[in-house]
Design a protein around this ligand. Structure first.
Ligand code: VG1
Ligand code: CO
Length: 544
């Protein structure tokens, strides 16, 4: 094996965002761009000689080419062994599972998650550590610093690794093992959930579901688990073939982009249960017949009912939610007598709490839910959790949610995304609001008086690292909230997110339309910032 040292020059835009480095495919294809970033990761790791690495991606355009390049760089840098998902596929939660199960020192996951793919679309790369979770901010910042000074990388001569055949190959000294991307993950799910009860549900003939894999990575996982292991009827999984451009879709499981599934669930012979997952399989959307489960509610409901699921029968230690996620989970934590942590947006902030066994479940409003079984959010896991609850409680999705609201009250919640807006205008809205925050406290807007207004900062309770500027929040005296935040995963212009929450204890009002219930608060958000006019947008791109 011949190792070459290639001279290169730094790029200044390789700072990982909320979840890894995401750019247009055309950017990743610039000379030395991917190579620099991967070398920067290796340069930053303390111990890497002989290490075992996990490698795979969501199957999007450029996945296979990137894997070939990364394998050559890994071999040139002394990596001992790489476990690669067959066909270059690994969902994000499966990669996390495999890192943990085989004691790998880390993993490289290729995905831009919910962002569209294809030659004109997005590509992404992230590094996960030995606990199976996303690199913490300290590490991503160190990698970024390295990308700013990198002037060479090491790579072997061109070499083609056969990605589609299971088994071991070698690239110089480095062993490459092509593994089944699904089996270990499916086994883990079978250990956590009552597969027998879920199988009976499908066998009864009275329960039907559809799972929309959105032509992304979860197709093979969902087919194996739902159709093969659990006996759901063939065809339960739709759009189940991973495609490089996701069938030209936008693999984001929400009411806007998972339209096919939504139409089926709102149709006349609707199945009882609907679910969808995103590009890399870590997000989930849960639907009942003509019913949408808000992700924040989903986290609270899973927590409140975890004792019904074999893997969590012992009870849960605590819950964590990202700051913009609704406070529904806090109410459950209080009732259970366990702590509830509020973290910044992004899964990397849950890792320390999970490792320190402070929490068992965690989640985000952005269709992300997970637990201590891996160190990533996990789409199919959430779907199986819900199926287990439906089987155990013998209730429909809607009945389970309404019963939850009955007991805990309803945190009416919505997120409005203004995607692809002018970055300068969006920064202006945020900067001006940040400057105005100190004056807002005590002010009255309609029925609401401001109790607290700040730029959210987080001190990690385990390692005391500090993360600042994680979103502007305006909290009113009755606990209602407005949160403004700029997305850290987009690749074009800026995306402004407005998160709106109001607590409704009155059960007679739980049927109210979400947007109607939040209309006053949404109007206040505009009154405070005039953001619609400043962004030149009448309405959000996506409402969830
Ligand atoms: C978004 C979500 C955030 C999530 C992140 C990664 O980030 O809001 O909750 O953790 O995507 O999800 P942002 O910075 O755009 O708001 V995934 O499934 O795209 O890896
Ligand atoms: Co994702």
């Amino acid at each position: 094996m011949n190792v070459n040292t290639i001279t290169s020059h730094p790029y200044t835009d390789q700072r990982p965002g909320t979840s890894g480095l995401r750019k247009k495919v055309s950017v990743f294809r610039k000379p030395h761009y991917l190579e620099n970033f991967v070398q920067a990761v290796f340069n930053t790791l303390e111990e890497m000689a002989g290490m075992t690495l996990v490698l795979g991606g969501d199957g999007r355009y450029y996945n296979r080419e990137a894997i070939q390049i990364i394998l050559r760089i890994a071999a040139a840098n002394g990596v001992g062994r790489v476990l690669v998902g067959r066909g270059g596929l690994l969902s994000t939660p499966a990669a996390s599972c495999i890192i943990r199960k085989y004691g790998a020192q880390g993993g490289i996951i290729l995905s831009a998650s919910h962002n569209p793919g294809g030659p004109e679309g997005d590509f992404g790369i992230k590094y996960n550590t030995a606990n199976g979770g996303p690199a913490p901010e300290k590490l991503t910042e160190a990698i970024y610093a390295e990308t700013l000074r990198i002037d060479r990388y090491r790579i072997t001569d061109p070499h083609h690794v056969e990605l589609d055949t299971l088994g071991e190959q070698h690239l110089g000294e480095m062993a490459i093992e092509i593994i089944d991307p699904v089996a270990d993950y499916a086994d883990l799910m079978a250990n956590l959930f009552d597969f027998h009860a879920i199988r009976q549900l499908f066998d009864s003939g009275r329960f039907r579901m559809r799972f929309d894999a959105m032509h992304a990575v979860t197709g093979p996982y969902a087919k194996e688990i739902l159709e093969h292991r659990l006996g759901a009827e063939p065809g339960t999984v739709m759009n189940g073939e991973p495609l490089a451009d996701f069938g030209r879709g936008h693999p984001d499981p929400n009411l806007t982009y998972a339209r096919d599934l939504v139409d089926i669930l709102w149709g006349c012979s609707s199945p009882d249960f609907g679910a969808a997952s995103d590009g890399d399989g870590d997000r989930n959307m849960i639907l009942g017949a003509r019913f949408f489960v808000t992700p924040s509610d989903s986290l609270a409901i899973l927590a409140a009912n975890a004792h019904l699921v074999p893997g969590y029968r012992q009870g849960i230690r605590g819950i964590a939610r990202s700051m913009p996620t609704s406070q529904a989970a806090d109410r459950v934590a209080e009732a259970l007598g366990v702590p509830c942590y509020e973290t910044p947006t992004g899964w990397k902030f849950f890792g320390n709490l999970l490792d320190a066994k402070r929490i068992t479940l965690c989640g985000e409003e952005s269709f992300g839910t997970g637990s201590d079984h891996v160190r990533e959010k996990d789409g199919l896991w959430a779907v199986l959790f819900w199926l287990n609850l439906v089987a155990a409680k013998r209730q429909s999705v809607e009945e389970i949610v309404r019963a939850h609201w009955q007991r805990y009250g309803r945190n009416v919640y919505s997120r409005h995304d203004y995607e692809g807006v002018d970055a300068e205008a969006a920064n202006g809205v945020i900067d001006d609001l940040r400057a105005a925050l100190p004056d807002l406290v005590g002010r009255q807007y309609g029925d609401y008086r401001v109790a607290l207004a700040d730029d959210f900062a987080y001190v990690d309770p385990i390692d005391e690292s500090v993360s600042e500027s994680q979103g502007l929040r305006i909290i009113f005296e009755d606990g209602s909230r407005l949160v403004f935040r700029l997305s850290g995963t987009g690749t074009q212009g800026a995306t402004l997110r407005l998160y709106v929450e109001r607590y409704e204890p009155d059960t007679t009002r739980h049927g109210i339309d979400t947007q109607e219930a939040l209309a006053d608060l949404i109007a206040i958000a505009d009154e405070l910032t005039h953001f619609r006019r400043r962004l030149g947008r009448e309405a959000p791109t996506v409402i969830t």
